[in-house]
Design a protein around this ligand. Structure first.
Ligand code: ADP
Length: 675
């Protein structure tokens, strides 16, 4: 700091000291080459002396004055009584004081007494400041209506000749203090955000990923204590993460500047010495410095282990449900409340021959028979929320374009508030049962018809005979239609007996009470007997045994006779035009003793070849009513043959006649090859 002096009348005075004489030694002062004519105060103002031994008064004076006044900071110079002897322009401007209001005023009297700050004044002791210059002494300065300023004051002692002065350098740090406060506030908020956040937050610096910041939750999750700050994350804190590829991901983010998001990522981390599996949602966000260069990576993560495990469990349950649903032969589906199907099990795919995508892409009622759609719509369009579950018989379209009967049930699953959440539907194929049901109905109709016909016929003959007997005439027995009537009555009674015994057999088979009386006998003899009997009953038919290889079988003679009679009777019955029946007895390639009965009748369509052996099955169509029967004969025949460890099968084509063949094991050692 330079001082400002003037020489007046040969004496040295301090400029801002109200002209106070600073140097008594007139001669010494004079000995300097100072001019002696600086008497007027105006001159004094214009003179600034930097050095008592200064040479160029004029130059130094104006230079220093200009320097001081151009310095931004405010200065004042006080004598030891704290009387202001000098101030610069910045001081006047800042505190809005004139020179007159300032110079020669005591500091505590300045302005409105704003400088009367006891703890400042006590500090401003030359003896104190000499030892320990005052630094960064902060005061709050009242600016009246303009608020207040925070000032930072440095004070030091300077020597001015024999006297000591105090130089105050005053800096307005209001803005700085405010900025500091804002900065502190923002740091506080930042810390508050990071440290109180339940999310796991860390900031890693540089490519080495040095842990710069890590909040409590993060430190807790890492499980390595608080000493991790300042350490490289992957190399030291979590080396197990390197094997899981996490370092590469960090480096990728660091190098490319592209953030990385993960959802429910499984990560093994060693927590308190144990390797634990956790699931995390997280983001790695590149961090840039003020220059925009990447200098770190921020990690914001949430541990979602419980949620992820729950999701896994749900997925696992769903997988199990699907596996289970795929095993079930029933058709299972689920749907939204508005009727959109969201899932079809394997059985649906197999049945329709469609892929899951195809099926999901079409409206499910397109699979329902047009005549059944009303049942579906009536139910689903019914606004009654409390309606019972759906339970209806529907025909559903299969991959061959056929509609087959199903029992379709749909239950609605509701949430805790009773709102419909979704549907679970199950369709069980009941086509066979439906067919069976129909067959039973037809059977009953037929049985009553079949029973009624012979009974009516018998009754007719008896009434005829009784009316003749009752006429009271002397009758010649030979003139009565006795023989023919009795023959008809007998035939009708046989029909009734056959019907009744078939029904009885059926019950026996169903209750597994069909007993077989087995013996060894020549099948040829049995066939011949049956053929003879039938030729006698069906005189218009011609039954020829065209092949007659002799062999014995071990079986129930009567039951096998029943099979033969049923087969030959059918052959006659279903051959309206050509009644030539051929019978063959032979051993087939496998050595089974076989009997074939071949007709030239109406034949049987391929699709019915299996079904005709089912209970009550009769080939439907026009012919159903033409040929009487109950659909039991072949069912019984199959049961009887199979109980003999044999086989029964049919070769037939519509319009070309049929051949029924049954094969039985031949009794060993009893074969006689010719007859
Ligand atoms: P049904 O008493 O009706 O004849 P079956 O069980 O003996 O009962 O035969 C079942 C069905 O098989 C018959 O209704 C008929 O449609 C068919 N069928 C059996 N034998 C022949 C045959 N020889 N020719 C054509 N159809 C036959």
């Amino acid at each position: 700091m330079k001082l400002f002096f003037k020489i007046v009348d040969g004496y040295l005075y301090g400029i801002a000291n109200g002209g106070k004489k600073l140097m008594e030694d007139k001669e010494l002062a004079k000995s300097r080459e100072y001019k002696n004519d600086l008497n007027s105060p105006k001159d004094m103002e214009n003179q600034v002396i930097t050095d008592l031994r200064g040479k160029d008064w004029e130059r130094d004076n104006s230079l220093l004055s200009s320097i001081l006044n151009n310095i931004g900071g405010a200065f004042i110079l006080l004598d030891q009584d704290l009387n202001i002897i000098l101030a610069n322009k910045a001081f006047y401007n800042n505190f809005q004081l004139s020179e007159k209001e300032t110079i020669n005023k005591y500091l505590d009297q300045l302005g409105n007494g704003q400088w009367n700050i006891p703890h400042l004044l006590t500090q401003l002791q030359i003896s104190n400041i000499e030892k320990d210059p005052m630094r960064d002494f902060e005061i709050t300065y009242d600016m009246g209506n303009s608020g207040s300023q925070t000032l930072c004051i440095d004070a030091k002692v300077i020597n001015a000749g024999k006297e000591k002065c105090i130089l105050l350098e005053i800096e307005d740090i209001t803005e700085k203090v405010r900025a500091d406060k804002d900065l502190k506030e923002s740091i506080h908020r930042f810390n508050e955000f990071i440290y109180s956040s339940p999310s796991l937050i860390a900031i890693l610096g540089g490519r080495d990923l040095i842990v710069q910041v890590a909040n409590e939750s993060m430190i807790e999750t890492w499980g390595k204590g608080t000493g991790v700050i300042g350490k490289p994350l992957i190399r030291e804190v979590l080396p197990e993460m390197a094997e899981q590829g996490m370092e590469d991901i960090f480096h990728e983010v660091y190098d490319t500047g592209l953030p990385f998001h993960a959802h429910e990522m499984p990560l093994y981390h060693s927590r308190n010495g144990k390797l634990e599996l956790g699931y995390f949602d997280f983001i790695y966000q590149p961090q840039r410095n003020m220059k925009g260069e990447i200098d770190g990576v921020a990690v914001i993560a949430t541990e979602v282990t419980e949620k992820a495990e729950l999701h896994q469990k749900i997925k696992e349950d769903e997988r199990k449900f699907r596996q289970l649903a795929d095993l079930i032969p029933d058709k299972i589906s689920t749907g939204t409340p508005d009727g959109n199907v969201t899932y079809y099990n394997q059985s649906w795919l197999d049945y329709t021959g469609l892929t899951a995508e195809d099926l999901l892409g079409r409206w499910w009622t397109t699979l329902v028979h047009p005549e059944d759609i009303l049942k579906v719509e009536e139910y689903f369009l019914d606004p009654n929320e409390h309606k019972s579950d759906f339970d209806k018989e529907l025909r559903l379209l299969n991959k061959n374009g056929e509609y087959r009967w199903h029992l379709t049930r749909a239950v609605h699953i509701k949430d805790n508030y009773g709102n419909l959440k979704f549907w679970v539907g199950a369709s069980t194929e009941i086509h066979k049962f439906k067919e069976e049901e129909k067959r039973k109905e037809d059977f009953l109709k037929m049985v009553s018809h079949e029973l009624k016909t012979p009974v009516t016929s018998i009754k007719g003959y008896i009434q005829l005979l009784m009316s003749i007997v009752d006429s009271g005439k002397n009758l010649d027995l030979n003139s009565l239609p006795l023989k023919s009537s009795l023959k008809r009555i007998d035939s009708q009674i046989s029909r009734l007996t056959r019907l009744i015994s078939e029904m009885l057999d059926l019950t026996r088979v169903e209750e597994a009470r069909l007993e077989l009386q087995k013996e060894n006998f020549y099948i040829n003899d049995l066939v011949e007997e049956c053929v003879n009997d039938l030729e006698y009953s069906f005189t218009s038919s011609k039954i020829t045994i065209v092949e007659n290889e002799r062999f014995q079988v071990y079986g129930d003679r009567d039951r096998l006779g029943q099979v033969l009679i049923n087969s030959i009777t059918n052959a006659i019955k279903y051959s309206p035009d050509n009644k030539n029946i051929e019978v063959r007895i032979y051993q087939d390639k496998e050595g089974m003793g076989s009997v074939s009965i071949k007709d030239r009748g109406i034949g049987i369509a391929k699709k019915d070849h299996k079904k005709i052996f089912e209970r009550f099955y009769r080939v439907s169509g026009q012919m159903e009513d033409t040929y009487s029967g109950f659909g039991i004969g072949l069912f019984l025949a199959k049961e009887i043959i199979e109980r003999h460890n044999g086989l029964i099968r049919v070769n037939s084509k519509i319009g070309e006649g049929s051949e029924f063949i049954f094969s039985l094991p031949v009794s060993s050692g009893n074969n006689v090859n010719s007859h």
